[in-house]
Write a protein of this length. Sequence first.
Length: 202
Amino acid sequence: MPICQQLNFEHSQFAVWKITEKLDELIDLLPNYIDISTKLNNTKNEKRKFELVCEYLLLHHLLNKPFELCHKENGSPYLKKSNKFITISHTIGYVAVGIADTRIGADIEIFRNKVLNILDKFLTDKEKKLIDTQNLLEPLIIWCCKESIFKYAPLPLYDFSKDINILEISKPHDNFNINKNEIDLSSKQGNVYFINGEYMNN
């Protein structure tokens, strides 16, 4: 199916693609100015091929003009000769892309229990007291927040349980307050969106 969700804000836009097509069908949807055949040929992972094509389809949809997608040495995406900032995220069966006038970070995750097996890798002791760790939703919200901050922050972040701290989670999870030691993000707020009961992104 094509784009299953789009979120529009004053200075940013997000779009999500639910992958139901075959790879050839996705490739046929690419506009003529986009040629990623070399990239696809150099990509061995089949899942990654689907994600790659959807990234370009979503960027084409949001920008509505030719663009050149590049990656920095750390893997973060950017648009060559553009004043727009972008963020890209993948999860099983979905690809999400965001564009903005300023630095941006977003993460998309499907609801699955895997996150409950790695709580100690990304939760601090204080964060564990903020949430019900046996409730899949609440740890997943924190994971999405931290992954988004990781993509947003201009400095390297290495340890989710030390470098990024969630100070507060308001319920019913409409927004959250965040803090990063090297970067003052305490005044920033973000939103967590639940779509179709299948996945979430922030």
